[in-house]
Design a protein around this ligand. Structure first.
Ligand SMILES: N=C(N)NCCCC[C@H](N)C(=O)O
Ligand SMILES: O=C(O)CCC(=O)C(=O)O
Ligand SMILES: [Fe+2]
Length: 331
């Protein structure tokens, strides 16, 4: 349950970037300190800034720069990579094509998913099957993004090990149950500036991304560092700004981690409103369970909460497909 937080904590995760097999994790003091901070943040805010993650600032900037360059092209060029049911929901979506709680978002984006080969997960995987539609411009887009995805996967795995220590007392507990072969999603997003308030515009055209929760385990957001647009909802319903902090990721808890923790952790509602007057870019990496994982509350979390299991199990792939197929109006 999110609390009445007024700001989002910052956590230096560098003690978690190490060879886990070679140490007695719970005896290491610096690890214990980070684990405690992660646990608090996941309980209270469901959001935290990540520093000490090891990705150099220029590379984080490069990722946003190529994203901006892609969106900066004429729309005919972008439409060559258009997402549809027949591309496995992979590819480009124009402004107002993604829908959140019934309202079209004022954003354009490209969705990439870890590859699902034909037949890989039977009927479950069919909807998202197919190769990603990698843009041919900028020319090094695919190569850089793939490198970036690998790095985000490593960082997320390490953060999740810290969280696993907090929840279950063992770094590999969660991984061994549901994320040995983690799925990922990458969403490069561009938000045009909202029209100024003196115009005739309605809510439809001003919300960059409506209030939602993320679907999986952990999200890593790489947002423009000069534009305030992301907001996170606290318990009393106030929207708390997630102001950019240069060189950090914003990390947040997804629905699957909420279930695992038996609701001890919150997948907090958030939204995006870009009233800066400038075009904003954000690259969202989503670290997910195995595509076919059945996720249910950890026994230890159920026990700690008086033996009451607050959630039935959920299949991650089903949850994702259900969301994705409702995110677009297809002609
Ligand atoms: N967690 C993810 N993938 N976020 C992307 C978009 C969230 C909004 C989406 N239309 C929705 O209604 O969920
Ligand atoms: O643009 C952002 O800051 C957040 C985007 C987001 O929440 C999402 O795509 O799930
Ligand atoms: Fe989100």
């Amino acid at each position: 349950m999110a609390t009445e937080f007024k700001s989002i904590p910052l956590i230096d995760i560098s003690p978690l970037l190490q060879k886990w097999d070679e140490l007695h994790e719970s005896q290491n003091e610096s690890i214990a300190e980070v684990v405690k901070k992660l646990d608090e943040a996941c309980k209270n805010e469901g959001f935290f800034y990540v520093t000490g993650h090891g990705i150099p600032l220029p590379f984080m900037e490069e990722i946003r720069r190529i994203t901006r360059k892609y969106f900066d092209q004429p729309s005919e060029d972008k439409l060559n990579f258009k997402l549809s049911a027949s591309t496995g929901y992979r590819g480009y979506q124009a402004i107002h094509e993604n829908i959140t709680t019934g309202i079209p978002d004022m954003q354009e984006a490209i969705d990439f998913y870890r590859e699902i080969k034909e037949g890989m997960y039977g009927d479950l995987g069919e909807v998202l099957q197919g190769p990603n539609l990698w843009p041919s411009f900028p020319p090094d887009f695919k190569q850089l993004m793939e490198f970036y995805i690998n790095q985000c996967t490593d960082i997320s795995r390490n953060i999740l090990r810290g969280i696993s220590l907090a929840l279950a007392g063992s770094a590999k507990e969660i991984e061994s149950k549901i994320s040995k072969d983690p799925f990922w999603v990458l969403r490069t997003i561009g938000y045009p500036p909202s029209p100024s308030s003196d115009g005739q515009d309605n809510a439809r055209s001003t919300i960059g991304c409506g209030a939602h929760t993320d679907y999986g385990l952990l999200t890593l957001l790489n947002q423009d560092d000069d534009i305030l647009a992301l907001e996170v909802k606290n318990k009393s319903g106030e929207w708390i700004p997630a102001s950019p902090i240069k060189g950090t990721f914003i990390c947040n808890v997804g629905d699957m981690l909420k279930i695992l923790s038996n609701g001890l952790y919150e997948s907090t509602l958030h939204r995006v409103i870009n009233s800066s007057g400038k075009y904003r870019v954000c690259v969202a990496y989503f670290y997910e369970p195995n595509f076919d994982a059945e996720v249910e509350p950890l026994d230890v979390c159920v026990q700690n909460m008086g033996g009451i299991k607050k959630f039935e199990g959920a299949c991650y792939g089903k949850h994702l497909v259900n969301k994705v197929t409702n995110n677009f109006v297809m002609e």
